[in-house]
Ligand binder design. Structure first.
Ligand code: ACO
Length: 322
């Protein structure tokens, strides 16, 4: 039996940091409001000329270095993103070309904040089917270019970044299980109103803005993330006490705390980066994973639950031994 495992991780954050104090100068808000309602203290923001593939290439190089693989080894590229460089060609092909990789399948998955979990779950299937031996999987966003910087209810939440992993075959798991889900009846609670076949000519992409009913998103997010975690543990007959780490989507500290409380997990088993990164959508889980791998908290053999929730709504989890 072939399993898949994560062989290396990497992340890249744009240089520019926007603090809550900086936002106080832009909109009617306070550091205190942002910290207490969201947990965010600062976020990284891409420069005008940076594209999402720029972030991806840097994160990918770090993941490849940590897995000790080269461009010649990569035989699959999947990118979870909702803010690709172009409508087409898909961003994975742009990254592929920029990294000097040729011929392997390269595609992107759009599942909002759950994009990386969807991508990792897909890679797991390719590897277990024997169709990939060295997959480059990325979650990345430049979400700040989709934000209305005069809308205080959304502009304080988001940030940019990219996280990458290398997935390879293994005799032992590795990835133990993945669970994905979606329910489009909630699409009006969180969306971007302009796309390739809807109103693009009327209002250009950059002239539009994220629409979110924050309160309602909050409630469904807490409920769903709790359910997703319980589903993964139950399916594998694993007790939550056996988990070494929960790596949740970093949308809001209060959502993360509510999920941990529901699972009765102490917060010191929960990786938190929302204070430094803000909500980076599909980039949040792989970046949080990389932070904790590189600072030594996550070690080889640890049992880890990754989980995310995003616009659609979409959701998913990956239970794995690192
Ligand atoms: N600064 C100061 N006041 C603000 C700000 C701000 N930045 N934003 C909103 N307010 C005000 C509102 O206008 C409102 O004022 P009012 O009572 O006079 O009308 C008040 O604060 C309370 O607003 P609420 O929306 O009820 O505040 P809430 O406690 O729900 O917090 C928040 C808002 C942070 C957006 C919260 O609902 C949330 O985090 N929701 C989930 C959002 C999220 O996670 N989205 C992404 C998930 S999926 C994905 O990642 C794509």
């Amino acid at each position: 039996m072939i399993y898949s495992k994560i062989a290396g991780t990497g992340r890249y954050l744009p240089e520019k940091i926007l603090t809550n104090a900086d936002l106080e100068k832009l909109v009617d808000t306070t550091d205190e409001w942002i910290r207490t309602r969201t947990g965010v203290e600062r976020r990284h923001v891409a420069s005008e000329d940076q594209t999402t593939s720029d972030l991806c290439v840097e994160a990918a190089k770090k993941a490849m270095e940590s897995a000790n693989v080269t461009a010649d080894d990569i035989d699959l590229i999947i990118v979870g993103t909702t803010s690709p460089d172009l409508i087409f060609p898909n961003i994975a092909t742009i990254i592929q070309d920029r990294m000097g990789i040729h011929g392997c399948p390269a595609f992107s998955i759009e599942a909002a904040c759950t994009g990386f979990i969807y991508a990792l779950s897909t890679a797991d299937k390719f590897v277990r089917a024997g169709e990939a031996k060295c997959a480059l999987i990325i979650g990345a966003e430049i979400i700040t270019k989709l934000i209305d910087w005069s809308d205080r209810s959304t502009c304080v939440l988001f940030g940019d970044g990219a996280g990458a992993v290398i997935v390879q075959p293994s005799d032992e798991p590795g990835i133990i299980s993945t669970h994905l889900g979606a329910d489009g009846q909630y699409r009006d609670l969180l969306y971007y109103p302009v796309g390739a076949s809807k109103d693009l000519a009327k209002a250009g992409l950059g002239d539009s803005r994220i629409i979110m009913k924050g309160n309602e998103v909050f409630k469904v997010a807490v409920r769903t993330l709790g359910n997703v975690a319980e589903q993964a543990l139950k399916a594998n007959n694993i007790d939550k006490d056996d988990l070494d780490w929960l790596v949740p989507h970093q949308a809001n500290l209060r959502i993360i705390q509510a999920t941990a409380k529901r699972l009765k997990l102490p917060m010191d088993k929960v990786i938190q980066t929302v204070q430094d990164h803000g909500n980076t959508s599909a980039a949040s889980v792989p970046m949080a994973l990389d932070v904790a791998v590189r600072d030594g908290r996550i070690q080889r053999g640890h049992l880890i639950l990754l989980e995310a929730f995003g616009g659609g709504f979409t959701w998913g989890s990956v239970l794995m031994r690192y």
